[in-house]
Design a protein around this ligand. Sequence first.
Ligand SMILES: Cc1cc2nc3c(=O)[nH]c(=O)nc-3n(C[C@H](O)[C@H](O)[C@H](O)COP(=O)(O)O)c2cc1C
Length: 310
Amino acid sequence: MNRPDLRVNFAGISLANPVVLLSGCVGFGEDLARLQGFDLSSVGAICLKGTTLTPRSGNPPPRIVETPSGMLNAIGLQNPGAREVVEEILPRIMHWPTQLIANIAGSTVEEYEEVARIFDDSPVAGIEINISCPNVKKGGAAFGSDPLMAARVVAAVRQGTSKPIITKLSPNVTDIRTVAQAALEAGTDGFSAINTLMGMAVDVDKRQAVLGNVQGGLSGPAIKPVALLQVWRVYEVAKPHGIPIMGQGGISNSEDALAFLIAGSSAVGVGTALFKNPLVGGEIVTGIDSYLSRSGLRSVSALTGTLQGR
Ligand SMILES: Cc1cc2nc3c(=O)[nH]c(=O)nc-3n(C[C@H](O)[C@H](O)[C@H](O)COP(=O)(O)O)c2cc1C
């Protein structure tokens, strides 16, 4: 029997398979590429570290703390700035046998547009807009929690690029559907759902917040049920328009990934699980492939949004 077709056309980006390595969890992928046993062609795409117009040194340490079934991070978008990424880093990695997706952030609408313009003139396959980063004081989450602001950012990025744009939605909102609807009307080609949930940790001996930034973003298995529900909600808004979702939040194995596909995702992202097992992306692809074969499904896209009943 023929193997199932794992290819996905995600918002115009051709992915060899639906598994994407998530922004902030592999930097610009160069350490991973050097890792023995890691095969770049095993994953559909890599989302690059969140990039701003000018370089950022990020938040004071500690920036990461382990939590039950997850982690809190407050990196604060440390990055070398868009020009350095496009001029120095991309030429080194553009020939990789996987798709590269930029992840952009800004503190003003204009900044988002300018960063999008810089990446428009680069070999990335698409641009993911981080309107949902909870770890920077200006911008980020403020855009992601207000449908009007989200729409302004998406419209500005749309002006700045003809590449596919993917809006990364925040779960830190009352109703994710209103922000998704606004982004859709402003011209997004795809969604990523979800970014991290806001949280904090307290050191009781010092009576201090553990993170230098006090608050951070919770990720990993702890957020999976929340993420699944949010994907399912976004799918309701996105499906009639044929806009795909990159489901993410706590995916650690192929069963998790399959749940996200069934709930409405066309692609799936893995982030925190990479800190434990950098090869997990390829393992998830293998697991999806055998599930499709076992279920007699010819393609992974046939699984998207197949949640039954209720
Ligand atoms: C250390 C760390 C850094 C992150 N940096 C970014 C970033 O720069 N831009 C972004 O959009 N998301 C960032 N994220 C969020 C992830 O891309 C992902 O959406 C989130 O962690 C949920 O997936 P996971 O539970 O598989 O990690 C970061 C997450 C972690 C853990």
